[in-house]
Design a protein around this ligand. Sequence first.
Ligand SMILES: [Ca+2]
Ligand SMILES: [Ca+2]
Ligand SMILES: [Ca+2]
Length: 407
Amino acid sequence: MFLKNALCLRLTILIIPIYSVFLFSCQNDHDDDLGIQPLEEDYDDFPGEEGKDIIWVSNVDELMQTVQSTKEGNKLVIIKDGTFVLKDRLWLTGDNLIFRSESGDREKVVLKGNGMDGNIGFIFSIAGNNFALKDVSVGEVRNHGIQIHGEFNADNMHVQNVRFFNIREQMIKGTRDRNNTYENHTDSCIVENCLFEYTEGYAFQYYCGGIDVHHGVDWQIRNCTFRNIRTANNLLTEGAIHFWSNSENTLCENNTIYNCDRGIMYGLDNSTHKGGIIRNNMIHVTQDVGIYLCYATGAKVYNNSIFNDSAYPNSIEYRFPETKDCEIINNLTNKPITQRNNGQAEVDNNVVNALDSWFVNPAIGDLHLKVLPTEVIDKALDLADVPKDFDGDERAKGTSDIGADEK
Ligand SMILES: [Ca+2]
Ligand SMILES: [Ca+2]
Ligand SMILES: [Ca+2]
């Protein structure tokens, strides 16, 4: 945390008027109640605030005015505590925008629509580059909390410490160029320390998910929690995290997923994903697989812990011949890792017969080890791509453990 604190100090010197505000926000980047991990030192890449014009927002009309007042870009929008019921989406076209709460407390600044059947489809529609959002809650809309528009080539979005709740479809959506030129797409977005949840225990329908991205390149999803993304009627939701339609090099690490129909999905039928790493995630699913590779080439699935709490027989699947050159190594699961329809992967050194008694609390996705199974402890293959565990604990060469938690 030293670098983070140093960064805060440096920026607070530069931005004297908001000294106390920014210092406070730096101390509230995670939520201990949810077991979300502190940000690691190398996660200190949230955009700097220096040099930006500041716009203060204390009511919904001022918030709606930011659609106009941020068009030229390079603005810092600071939102006072309160609940803001939007009158329309925030359609943002400027580059280099930061929206954040003044207090740093995401529970105290709520940006919302008027419910799943209301006339507000979105909170943020992002068409510019370098949009950043932190320390707020976003919810109760018909379509998406954030839609980032790949068709306008919007890149480098950074979302940190945001709570997404009760959104009818996917909470973050990345869209693609529908003309299929493949030139315009979202690149290098980061979503970290966020919570994606349905507060009544179930989603509103099957067509929903946490993060759903078409043709995203070099996205990173880390330290987030996803819960209750499931239907009450046995229809399948999307994955808590789903990248497809020519997406490439997605990194998913240190996420907690629980009480969700399914976990992390790369690709789908006839829709490809290339490269990418899925590592150190803790996943509890209630209807389908924890990790699904489908038309996915070259994905690395390392050191995840998965507890499938349903009648479904598999924990990880790799499917169809278009899934190839994948590696599935050092994962700890309670159900088999299964090839379907001639998928190809190197499947090595996994433990697939974990008992629920091995874990601290599978029902809330706490798949830290409670006991020290001999087949798990110090039995992982050393992998250069997995230097740490879910907690940021170092994995020493030769004594690393299978699954997401190093003891
Ligand atoms: Ca792009
Ligand atoms: Ca060890
Ligand atoms: Ca650990």
